[in-house]
Ligand binder design. Structure first.
Ligand code: E4P
Length: 209
């Protein structure tokens, strides 16, 4: 069981990483655009902060583009880089080649067990099913995690993504996710429980001395 942060705002990530509870970071072009920074700065700052597993997304149209852009990132960032590829045929071919070179990969935008199976056969280190976007479209994101978990054999890890609330983290792990990647707002909410706050207040009041 591991928790990643799904963000490209380096200040927020580094602050939460100091808790010692965060094992990696997932980014995507939209998150990087929102951060106002450029991808290379973002990766460099995260690496300097000691984050060892950073999903760096590549875009492209052909196997060659996906593969070459992945290799470029791997050459630059080495073991820190997880090459994130969308679940389409050209990117899956590139994923297979990158996996054969022992480069870590994350196949993203997974919305069906069939896609997860192909990504796993392509040697993906991680597959990212998008729970929130399924739910946004009246589909059952948690069922997808369960179905993928039942279908997959082998070493590919299920990285539950597009998570919108802390309850989904518990549910995804209990249905077979190995990793959940969460926005910082969700991570912050995971600490909190009204009954814990109430209990702490009472224990503080009652404590001897
Ligand atoms: C996953 O790796 C993606 O970056 C992310 O979880 C997408 O989440 P969203 O649906 O909230 O954009």
């Amino acid at each position: 069981m591991k928790l990643f942060l799904d963000s490209a705002i380096t200040k927020d990530i580094i602050d939460r990483h100091k808790t010692g509870l965060i094992a990696g970071v997932t980014t995507n072009p939209t998150l990087i655009k929102k951060s106002g920074d450029n991808p290379l700065n973002v990766y460099k700052k995260l690496i300097d902060a000691g984050i060892h597993d950073i999903s760096m997304e590549v875009v492209g149209e052909t196997e060659r583009e996906f593969f070459e852009r992945g290799v470029t990132l791997y050459k630059e960032y080495g073991e820190y880089a997880t090459i994130k590829l969308p679940c389409c045929i050209e990117a899956l071919k590139a994923c297979k080649r990158l996996s054969d070179l022992n480069v870590r990969t994350n196949v993203t935008l997974v919305f069906s067990p069939a896609q997860a199976i192909l990504a796993s056969l392509a040697g993906a280190t991680y597959i990212s099913p998008f729970i929130g976007r399924m739910d946004d479209n009246s589909l059952d994101g948690m069922k997808l995690i369960n179905d993928i978990s039942n279908a997959l054999t082998g070493n590919t890890k299920i990285l539950a993504a597009s998570i919108r609330d802390p309850q989904s983290v518990g549910a995804a792990f209990s249905l077979g996710a190995h990793i959940c990647t969460v926005p910082v707002e969700v991570f912050d909410k995971m600490y909190n429980h009204v009954l814990t706050d109430k209990g702490i207040e009472q224990f503080n009041l009652d404590s001897y001395g």
